[in-house]
Ligand binder design. Structure first.
Ligand code: DX5
Ligand code: ZN
Length: 226
């Protein structure tokens, strides 16, 4: 089956937060497909990051598509706030809510795209039932909470499984969705994930380390696309 172009999303966690506006402008002018914003609540994951005010601030300075990765319990309480802040897609964790299907439907009713994320230890058998009900399946390739961790290599087989099952479902008339991988993505892990069938990649450390010229950022994005 012919594959789509691979989408690359820089994660704000890797940016120099003292120059957030400049960093967002850099990835936007370097051709990043969208921006990934990690929202953490200190409960679902042992870390705190950004909330609706930061999303709104980014949205005021940039036109780039904003994906919110909600690593929070009770995500329902924040959906409207994320939408009002300018989120274009809201990704909730399978492990963080009782009724994920209802949550995904609600996100779409709010007028934005939805996604559902799966932590590395969650069985992939839970994933196919979400096909046709969401815009994106996110496979975590590190334990959620921090950037700069090592890629968990078992993720590659998880991507293969999701790709096979999704292709079968699409042949049966189910609408397609993106398969995204997040965590420890560099040019090597990106290659394996894309080979396995991923078509969206999130990267923090890899994209924001080193030379921060537009040319260098463009090159790193191109290396991830493969
Ligand atoms: C981790 C976050 C990731 C993180 C990726 O919980 O969901 O998006 O920012 O960081 P790297 O690319 O450094 O692993
Ligand atoms: Zn993330």
């Amino acid at each position: 089956m012919k594959r789509d172009r691979v989408l690359v999303a820089p994660s704000v966690m890797g940016a120099d937060l003292s120059r957030l506006g400049e960093e967002v402008a850099l990835v936007e002018s370097s051709g990043a497909d969208f921006l990934h914003i990690d929202v953490m609540d200190g409960h679902f994951v042992p870390n705190l990051t950004f909330g609706p005010d930061t999303i709104a601030a980014i949205n005021r300075t940039s036109d780039i598509f904003l994906e919110v990765h909600a690593m929070i319990y009770n995500p329902f309480d924040f959906i409207e706030k994320f939408v009002a802040s300018g989120a274009d897609r809201i990704v909730v964790h399978f492990e963080a809510s009782e009724d994920v299907e209802e949550l995904l439907a609600y996100i779409r009713r709010c007028g934005v795209q939805s996604g559902v994320a799966f932590s590395p230890e969650t069985s992939v058998e839970f994933i196919p039932k979400f096909f046709g009900k969401t815009d994106l399946i996110l496979l975590m390739s590190v334990h959620p909470g921090f950037s700069g961790q090592e890629f968990i290599s078992e993720t590659v087989d998880r991507v293969k499984f999701v790709r096979q099952e999704l292709d079968k479902a699409v042949e049966d008339g189910i609408s397609p969705c993106l398969i995204e991988v997040d965590g420890g993505i560099d040019d090597h892990s990106a290659y394996s994930c894309v080979e396995a069938g991923a078509n969206a990649l999130v990267a923090a450390s890899y994209l924001f380390k080193g030379d921060n010229s537009v040319e260098a950022m463009q090159q790193r994005i191109a290396l991830l696309r493969g």
